[in-house]
Design a protein around this ligand. Sequence first.
Ligand code: PAF
Length: 306
Amino acid sequence: MTVSIGILGLGAVGTLMAHHWQQHCLYALTRQQQEASCRLEDEGSLATLHLPAWQGESLDWLLVCTKAAATLDALQLWRPRLAAVKRLLLLQNGMGQHQQVQQWLDQQGLSCELWAAISTEGAWRRDDGVIVRAGKGEILAGRIPISINSEKSPDTTVTAPAPCKTVDNIQQYQREKLAVNAVINPLTALYRCRNGELLEHPDYYPHFKALCAEIGDLYQQLGWPLAFDPLTRISAVAKATATNRSSTLQDHLAGRPDELAYITGYLLEQAAAATIELPLCAQLWQQVRGEPHPATLRATSNPVIP
Ligand code: PAF
């Protein structure tokens, strides 16, 4: 079945998704409100797609692939037309932005469904602007429960367009991906190294191992079950993506804002709310950002009185 899909954020991931969905009725939501061309190189062959500018036509899906921190500003820009959107699908790294978007939708009186997706597909932008598909993976999507903190399974009668696989507990998969990102992304940014070097370098590996353990403990204390042993899984991801520069390192090298507020920062917020110490994450944040995370400052300025 053909559906109508708008794409907001035509970077590497947005372009990859446009090519996956080329049989659907696609629209571009660019800052300049203009049509867009998306060029993708996949296994050596180059394909170009032309997406018309979205003029407010009814959308079954609005895919948001901006950086997590840019989500609300990007949506705000399109606010006058959002009543025409049935479902918002956020395909981004990190957690916490979904909560912010749901609150904003409620404030705005917008009733579109909120969905989240995570992807293990790889793509990067070459200097000439062409997006290069780096690795095949899986895209999982699911509806965020109405109350974002509820563990209740959402209605799954609607499914996201293939190749997205619709799952009924996307939060679980998001947390699993978050554990991976919370180790690989800040460490590669700190050491300015490729993912695989975290496993090989005699100074980086002990740090990697200790961080996996800290995050595993945190998940246990928060009651967030993991379907894997953190060290085993995160090592496997670092090995499978050994030659990649993580998205955070790419952001730093390009001088762009990164998503660590929605990765390490999100975990620090969750830990502080549950009065759990997270010393390695707190230290990493401080090393990468040059200042303590606000959640760690709150924790130290509000000592728990026995
Ligand atoms: O953010 C990233 O770069 C990726 O999610 C991952 C899995 C860390 C691989 O580089």
